[in-house]
Design a protein around this ligand. Structure first.
Ligand code: ATP
Length: 359
C-alpha cells in the first residue's frame, strides 16, 4: 500500500474554472481519509489527479515520496470506485470480478484465487454465477468493490460510492467499507458530502471549500472545535446555529441577546464584530424565570424523531432563526421559550468572509 501526498496542488481547467488552490493533503500508508465538501468544491478533481486521469496545473503528487505527476494511470495502480458501479451487464459476477485481471494477463490459478478471496471478503460466494441485473443495488455495489479488491491496488479512491443507495443500504455498506478498511489495512481516500460518512468513516476528515482545504483533523475534533465558520456549518446536522453581534470585554452582544463568553486567552482584549456559533444540542431551554437567558424565541415547528426532538425557533426582535436539539421524545412545547448556552460550548468566529475561529 502507498502513502499519498499532495503538495500545493492546483488545478485550473481550460475554461478557467479553478478547481483546486494549493491543496496540501497527506494520506498515510493504510489510512482512510475522508475528503468532504459541498458540490463543486473540487473533490472529484482531487481524486482524478491522484488516479492520473488528469494532470495538475501546479504542485506535486507523490506516492511513497516518489513524484507521480506524469505517471500514467496504469503505473499508479490505484483503484477508483464510483457511484455508478458500471458493471458489465452481460457478464456474470465472477467474470465481472476477473475483468480487470484478464486484461493484465494474470495466470488462471492466481485469477481464481484472487476472485475467491474477494468474494469471501465481501460475501459474494453464492452470487458468482449471477448477472448484474439479478442483484440488488447493495450487491452490485459489493461487486464493484470486489472488482477493485482483486486488482490489489496500492490505494483505493472512492467517489461518493454510496450516494445512489437508499438510507438503509447506505448504512450497511458504510459499515462494510469500514470493515473492509480494517481487514485490508489499505490506503483509502474517500470522497463524500454525506454527514454520517464524513463523521464516521475516516480516521481523518479533510474539508474542502471552493478548492481550498479549510480544516483537517479527526472528525470529532472538527465537530467539537471547527476552525472556521465554513467547517462549523458544513459538519453536523442540523447545521450549527450562528448569531451575529459584537464582542466586548468577554461578552457577546447580538440582536438575540447577550451572553458572557467562557474566558479564553484568545478573547482577552478582543473587541468588535463577531459571529457566535452554538450547536443545537448546546442551546438549553430555560424554565426558571430567575435564571439567565441568552435569547427569547418563538417556536415555529417541532420535529419529534423519537430518539431526539428538534425545536425550530424564530428569535425575537428579528434576530434570525435557530434550532434546539433535545434528547429523546420531548413534545408539548408551544409558544415562546427562553434559551441559554451550555457552559464551554460557545464557538466564536470572525465576522469577515474567512470567518476564522477566535476562541
Ligand atoms: P460534486 O460533489 O458536485 O461532484 P466536486 O466537489 O466533486 O463536486 P469537481 O467535480 O471537482 O467538484 O469540480 C470542481 C470545479 O471544477 C467545479 O467548479 C466544476 O464546474 C469545475 N470542473 C470540473 N470538471 C471540469 C472540466 N472537465 N472542465 C471545466 N471545469 C470543470
Amino acid at each position: 500500500m502507498a502513502r499519498i501526498t499532495l503538495s500545493r496542488v492546483s488545478k485550473t481547467y481550460p475554461g478557467g474554472a479553478q478547481a483546486l488552490r494549493r491543496v496540501d493533503l497527506d494520506v498515510a500508508d493504510g489510512e482512510l481519509v475522508v475528503l468532504a465538501g459541498p458540490s463543486g468544491c473540487g473533490k472529484t478533481t482531487a481524486l482524478r489527479l491522484v488516479a492520473g486521469l488528469d494532470s495538475p496545473s501546479g504542485g506535486e503528487i507523490a506516492f511513497d515520496g516518489r513524484r507521480m505527476n506524469d505517471a500514467p494511470p496504469a503505473k499508479r495502480s490505484v483503484a477508483m470506485v464510483f457511484q455508478d458501479h458500471a458493471l458489465y451487464p452481460h457478464l456474470t459476477v465472477r467474470r465481472n470480478l476477473e475483468f480487470g485481471l484478464g486484461l493484465r494477463r494474470t495466470p488462471e490459478a492466481e485469477r481464481s484465487q484472487r476472485v475467491a478471496s474477494a468474494a469471501e471478503i465481501l460475501g459474494l460466494q453464492s452470487l458468482l454465477d449471477r448477472r448484474p441485473q439479478e442483484l440488488s443495488g447493495g450487491q452490485r455495489q459489493r461487486v464493484a468493490l470486489g472488482r477493485s479488491i482483486v486488482r490489489q491496488p496500492r490505494a483505493f479512491l472512492f467517489d461518493e460510492p454510496l450516494s445512489s443507495l437508499d438510507a438503509k443500504l447506505r448504512g450497511e455498506m458504510r459499515s462494510e467499507i469500514a470493515a473492509l478498511h480494517r481487514r485490508l489495512g489499505a490506503t483509502m481516500l474517500y470522497v463524500t458530502h454525506d454527514q454520517i460518512e464524513a463523521m464516521t468513516l475516516g480516521q481523518r476528515l479533510v474539508l474542502l471549500d471552493d478548492g481550498e482545504v479549510r480544516q483537517t483533523g479527526p472528525p470529532i475534533e472538527v465537530y467539537l472545535r471547527p476552525a472556521n465558520r465554513f467547517a462549523a456549518t458544513f459538519v453536523g446536522s442540523p447545521a450549527m446555529n450562528l448569531f451575529e453581534g459584537v464582542v466586548q470585554a468577554g461578552v457577546f452582544r447580538g440582536g438575540a441577546g447577550e451572553w458572557p463568553l467562557d474566558p479564553a486567552p484568545a478573547l482577552a482584549g478582543l473587541a468588535g464584530p463577531a459571529v457566535l456559533g452554538v450547536r443545537a444540542e448546546d442551546l438549553l431551554l430555560v424554565t426558571d424565570e430567575n435564571a439567565a437567558a441568552f435569547a427569547r424565541a418563538q417556536l415555529r415547528t417541532v420535529e419529534r424523531l423519537g430518539h431526539e426532538t428538534l425545536l425550530h425557533c424564530c428569535l425575537e426582535a428579528g434576530a434570525g432563526d435557530c434550532v434546539v436539539r433535545l434528547p429523546g421524545d420531548a413534545g408539548g412545547w408551544v409558544g415562546s421559550v427562553r434559551l441559554a448556552i451550555r457552559a464551554g460550548r460557545c464557538h466564536l468566529f470572525a465576522a469577515d468572509e474567512a470567518g476564522e475561529r477566535l476562541n
